[in-house]
Ligand binder design. Structure first.
Ligand code: PLP
Length: 356
């Protein structure tokens, strides 16, 4: 089979999603399956939907369009604030979008009128992570403005934490979101039906036991489903597969080489410093995989193999005492960042395993 390639086990992804859907259902929380790391793959979307997610969320309208073209009929939410230049495409292909700007909602309203459709809005609230969100003091005014736009349906409010600044979702910020939903309902007479608390970083809060869930009735999960890890400490989640997706690379050179370079040493291609420790001769292999294909800093090698360095097209590893034959393959685990890069690289093939 061709390399490099991502091997994607759809049954493990379905299992991970199904497990989280069931655990959160017991707490009254629905799951939006976040597909943004899967480049609009209809196979992954299908695995998420079979697992019982209530809808799909993606940060790119291009991915949502790709899933629509592939015949995926589920509710789809654009989870990044829309670009003004894309409002027509957004009302055409997404049912709902996350918003923070009045001018954008006005443009979505005009586009929806022209298309003869209605478009759902979730207003995002800033709770401290300092990425997207309306400041809580300004929320009620924006709600009132949103309610007045034709062809716009206000679905509810949401928040996103732990992405830019690593702010942990906890009892304090989650109960603030619940309180905001209550006070907006009371002030406007409308009902915030969706209160979307956050992403995979919210799982500890939601499932840790004893948390008052309040009004939170939705989470948007990507990383925890695909990688089986929670993103706050990158610990595996019990009962989930952490190897649903692996990156396979092929060996193109295998030789015994000194561990220390020789000659006058300046900067390397990516500004890294050359190894200085002399560990004696080592079994060194080069794999046909580089920074063009993935974030090589986000790869974990199998036991006995150590990543020594990377350039655009080469990954250099030590294979311990044993030589890897040329043409042999090595499988790596990936971080979310490495996964997104590999998924979007035209050089990395995607192999879907359906057996389970
Ligand atoms: C990426 C993203 C998610 C999903 O985050 P995970 O940590 O992958 O679960 C949820 N909401 C928003 C707004 C996002 O951008």
């Amino acid at each position: 089979m061709t390399a490099p390639r991502l091997e994607i086990d759809l049954e493990k992804i379905r299992h991970n999603a199904h497990t989280l859907v069931q655990r959160l259902k017991a707490r009254g929380i629905s799951v939006t399956g976040v597909s943004k790391a899967s480049l609009g793959s209809p196979d992954i979307a299908d695995a998420l939907l079979r697992a019982g997610v209530s809808g799909l969320g993606d940060s790119r309208i291009e991915n949502i369009e790709a899933m629509r073209r592939a015949g995926i009929a589920a509710p789809m939410t654009l989870i990044r604030s829309p670009m003004l230049s894309q409002t027509r495409r957004i009302v055409t292909f997404a049912d709902v979008s996350f918003n923070t700007e009045r001018d954008v909602i006005a443009a979505l309203s005009r586009a929806a009128q022209q298309a003869g459709r209605t478009h759902g809005i979730v207003l995002m609230v800033e709770l401290g992570d300092l990425r997207e969100g309306i400041m809580p003091a300004d929320l009620e005014r924006t709600v009132c403005e949103t309610l007045r736009f034709p062809n716009i349906v206000l679905k509810g409010i949401g928040s996103n934490l732990a992405c830019r600044s690593g702010v942990v979702p906890d009892a304090r910020n989650m109960s603030e979101l619940s309180r905001l939903a209550d006070s907006i309902d009371a002030a406007t007479g409308s009902v915030m039906t969706v209160v979307s608390g956050g992403n995979s970083a919210n799982l500890e809060w939601a499932l840790g036991g004893g948390a008052d869930i309040g009004r939170i009735n939705n989470l948007r999960l990507g990383e925890s489903i695909l990688l089986g890890c929670e993103p706050l400490h990158r610990r595996p989640i019990e009962g989930l597969f952490t190897d649903a997706i692996t990156l396979i690379a092929e060996t193109i050179e295998s030789k015994t080489k000194p561990s220390r370079p020789w000659g006058t040493i300046a900067q390397s291609a990516f500004g890294e410093r050359a190894p200085t420790a002399d560990r004696g001769p080592i079994a060194q292999s080069i794999l046909a995989l580089g920074r063009q294909d993935t974030d090589t800093d986000g790869l974990t090698a199998p036991p006995g193999t150590e990543i020594l360095g990377a350039s655009s097209d080469h990954l250099i590893v030590s294979t311990g005492g044993r030589h890897k034959p040329v043409g042999g393959e090595i499988a790596f685990q990936l971080t979310y960042g490495a996964l997104v890069r590999a998924m979007t690289s035209p050089f990395v093939a995607k192999a879907f395993l359906k057996g389970g």
